[in-house]
Design a protein around this ligand. Structure first.
Ligand code: C2O
Ligand code: CU
Length: 477
């Protein structure tokens, strides 16, 4: 189908034109992009031969797509891989047909075929796109990139930089390990790699200039690795989480925690000294701490310029970003749903309903499943029955309990929710997120308005857990 026909068929179905209750008045022309899913290379700077990867446009990450808030985005995706694929716009509140979930919102894009994604970038912030077809393999092989939606009034900084974090499981022979779908990864912490990259590179330093103010957009594109970053000698201020503004604050315990799928925008003032190096440590796992890279200061003297206050020579305090147009949930009238996540090794799940049939843990593992939501496991994206049916426009609270021994970043498509409570206590920032990290045994409440009609995926973003059954559909309408 060529583009004109495709758009025509979209128009005749009345889809792809507007989201829920948002007005579709456009002040800007559409931004057009092309993504070609194709074989390419990764780890090109290790001094060893590059490894074969699956890419958007030849390298990993794929191109950064940048648009202004309010613009219409049109992306033509061509599949030159040997496998089917789709593209999911993680965190973007868009019409269901554009969400990129195979068999749920669209048929897979077969090799040689094209698909056009089109939506309005109603929310500013840091988003990312990735394959949603057999994602534990396709995202791991490199099918991801970032989408930046620029605020109408972006904060004044010297540089706006993105770090996409990932890890790779590389064999002694220098290839991507083919151990996809391993039962061990699936039932434990997921596929953790042995080579860590920032923007696809293993470089051990990030050049910085004394006196500059940086906006750093952190994105975790790893299948399973959780990062907790500490910027030694610096005081990063968090200004947005999963794209959405939050009152500027320093990270809890000085660590910026990013589970797979999550984003965090921080502002860093380069208060270090010219010529010095300051490690950025990764401290999530007490037994495996390491230096991600060093902030390497140029020897040039501290810069002084128009951003700094001319009297004190200090950078001005940070103003909060303007809120995105997300509807505020009404907690008084909200309906509450309880959701319990179970399974995995060292858990209490002995049996679950696999596509409705009681199945014991041994059989589940044999069938590549290990995780359940409210005792149910979905086998695949085909013919999934919604686990929740929500009324359009109604406010909901999801009271989620992690009844497992593992961490799980839980992601809901098509919506943004407020993280209101953790273990019964109100959260200090009441942050908007699309992915919330649950610690073992933790209970979390999130609240949102079900304002975007359609069938939306709800799943763990540790992609091996997702494949291992930790997913469901939330139907809004
Ligand atoms: Cu980022 Cu359903 O995924
Ligand atoms: Cu999980």
């Amino acid at each position: 189908m060529d583009r004109r026909h495709f758009l025509y068929s979209l128009a005749s179905l009345g889809i792809g034109t507007q989201l829920g209750c948002t007005s579709s008045v456009h002040n800007y022309p559409a931004r057009e992009f092309e993504l070609v899913a194709m074989a390419g290379q990764a780890l090109t700077d290790t001094g060893k031969p590059a490894i074969a990867a699956w890419t958007y446009g030849g390298s990993v990450p794929g191109p950064q797509l940048r648009v202004r808030q309010g613009e219409r985005v049109r992306v033509q995706v061509t599949n030159q891989l040997t496998a089917p694929t789709t593209v999911h716009w993680h965190g973007v509140r868009l019409p269901n047909a554009m969400d990129g979930v195979p068999h749920v919102t669209q048929p897979p894009i077969e090799p040689g075929q094209r698909f056009i994604y089109e939506f309005d970038a109603i929310d500013a912030g840091t988003y990312w796109y990735h394959s949603h077809f057999q994602s534990s393999e396709q995202v791991d092989r490199g099918l991801y990139g970032t989408l930046i939606v620029q605020e109408r009034q972006p904060p004044t900084v010297h540089r706006d930089v993105t770090w996409v974090l990932d890890d790779w499981r590389i064999t002694a022979g220098g290839l991507v390990s083919e151990s996809f779908g391993s039962a061990h990864d699936m039932s434990h912490a997921g596929r953790i790699g042995n080579v860590i990259t920032v923007n696809g590179s293993v470089s051990d330093q990030f050049p910085i200039r004394a006196g500059e103010r940086l906006r750093l957009r952190l994105v975790n594109a790893a299948n399973a690795r959780i990062f907790a970053l500490r910027f030694q000698g610096h005081r990063p201020m968090i200004i947005a989480l999963d794209g959405h503004p939050v009152a500027p604050h320093e990270p809890d315990g000085g660590r910026i925690v990013l589970a797979p799928g999550m984003r965090c925008d921080v502002v860093i003032d380069a208060t270090g000294s010219p010529g010095e190096r300051y490690p950025v440590q990764e401290l999530f796992s007490p037994r495996q701490q390491y230096v991600l890279m060093d902030l390497a200061y140029d020897t040039a003297p501290r810069m002084t310029d128009q951003i700094a206050d001319p009297i004190t020579d200090r950078l001005p305090p940070l103003a909060p970003l303007a809120a995105n147009p997300v509807k505020e949930p009404d907690l008084k009238s909200a309906k509450t749903h309880e959701i319990v996540f179970g399974g995995g090794m060292m858990g209490n799940l002995h049996q679950a309903l696999l596509d409705g049939k009681p199945t014991d843990m041994r059989d589940l593992l044999r069938r590549g499943k290990a995780w359940a939501i409210n005792g149910h496991i979905s086998d695949s994206h085909h013919h999934m029955e919604p686990m929740l049916r929500l009324a359009l426009g109604q406010s909901y609270v999801l009271r989620m309990r992690n009844d497992t021994a593992w961490h799980h970043p839980i992601h809901l498509h098509g919506h943004t929710f407020r993280v209101t409570r953790r273990n019964g206590l109100a959260t200090p920032h009441q942050e908007w997120r699309d992915t919330v990290l649950m610690s073992p045994r933790e209970e979390i409440e999130v609240a949102f308005v079900a304002d975007n009609p359609g069938n939306w995926m709800f799943h763990c973003h540790i992609l091996e857990h997702h494949a291992g059954g930790m997913m469901g559909l939330v139907s809004v309408g």
